[in-house]
Design a protein around this ligand. Structure first.
Ligand SMILES: [Cu+2]
Length: 206
């Protein structure tokens, strides 16, 4: 279900779109439950000339209290379960992922493929294939972000962090450093080139 999110070129992005849409529907639903009666009561009990009639005193009811406790509880448990399942998907690279090492340095990215091929600021990957990045930093804390894949992770010296993504459309995408890391932080970019499998294998052997 897509409501407002743009169509995504990456499988990993659709999880976030789903998540966004679920929260949006729940939030708008709750808003309407509050706002519509509010408007009605504003009109129903608007100021009128005083009369001597007194309304009945309302003592409240057990039934309705149980209702407004149990329904939100179910909604919150549902959202928590959705969040945990999305988080697991996001953090667990599929077993057939292509592992690529990434190293951040002021102010560039270098990538190393399983066959030893290295490239600078150019992450070429095959289409429809999950890619697992194993990332570390040579100097300060950076972060790798691919907006079209809706993924981001810190890149920390002395530690290996990971993220995974999969693009389903051939094309060129941008990777950014998302942690302010000095003068040329803004220029710390990488191009993610998504190509056909055969083209990727050819490139890998060059
Ligand atoms: Cu950086």
């Amino acid at each position: 279900m897509q409501i407002f999110s743009p169509s995504a070129a990456a499988a990993t992005a659709s999880y976030w779109d789903q998540m966004f849409n679920i929260w949006l529907v729940v939030a708008v639903g709750i808003y309407l439950v509050v706002a519509l009666p509010l408007l009605y009561f504003l009109y129903r009990y608007r100021y009128r000339k005083a009369t001597n009639e007194l309304g009945a005193i309302e003592q409240g009811g057990h039934g309705i209290e149980v209702l407004w406790t149990v329904i939100p509880l179910i909604i919150v448990i549902y959202l928590a379960m959705q969040s945990v399942s999305f988080y697991k998907q996001q953090r667990t690279p599929p077993l057939d992922s292509l592992p690529v090492k990434a190293e951040a340095m002021m102010w560039s990215w270098s990538f190393e493929y399983p066959n030893g091929k290295k490239s600078i600021a150019n992450l070429t990957v095959p289409v429809d294939k999950p890619v697992k990045l194993l990332m570390t930093s040579r100097d300060v804390i950076h972060a790798f972000h691919i907006p079209e894949a809706k993924i981001m992770e810190d890149v920390v010296p002395g530690r290996i962090t990971h993220l995974w993504f999969e693009f389903n459309e051939i094309g060129e995408y941008r990777g950014y450093c998302r942690e302010y890391c000095g003068t040329l932080h803004y220029a710390m970019l990488a191009t993610i080139k998504v190509v056909a499998q055969e083209e990727f294998e050819e490139w890998l052997e060059q």
